[in-house]
Design a protein around this ligand. Structure first.
Ligand SMILES: [Zn+2]
Length: 82
């Protein structure tokens, strides 16, 4: 009997939605992902070792990771009719 353990990052999807990607300039889906280091046993993450890192938005069209700031910018592009 032996144990396989290690420490590694685990990416968790925290949210998803639709936005206009500033990189590929297409209206597509995004996922907000957050990374955190876990102590894992038999490749199963068990114990979180660090605080969650900053969230990142991934465009599902071109796969680019970008800061969540782009979501606010994308929303500000939509101007109400005056
Ligand atoms: Zn994109």
């Amino acid at each position: 009997m032996f144990f396989i353990f290690g420490v590694g990052p685990k990416t968790v999807k925290t949210a998803q939605g639709q936005f206009k990607c500033p990189v590929c300039r297409s209206y597509s889906g995004y996922e907000i992902k957050q990374q955190r280091n876990y102590f894992s046993l038999f490749f199963i993450p068990l114990i979180p070792l660090s605080k969650p890192k900053s969230r990142q938005v991934q465009c599902l069209h071109c796969g680019t990771f970008m800061p969540t700031l782009v979501l606010q910018q994308a929303e500000s592009d939509v101007r109400p009719n005056e």
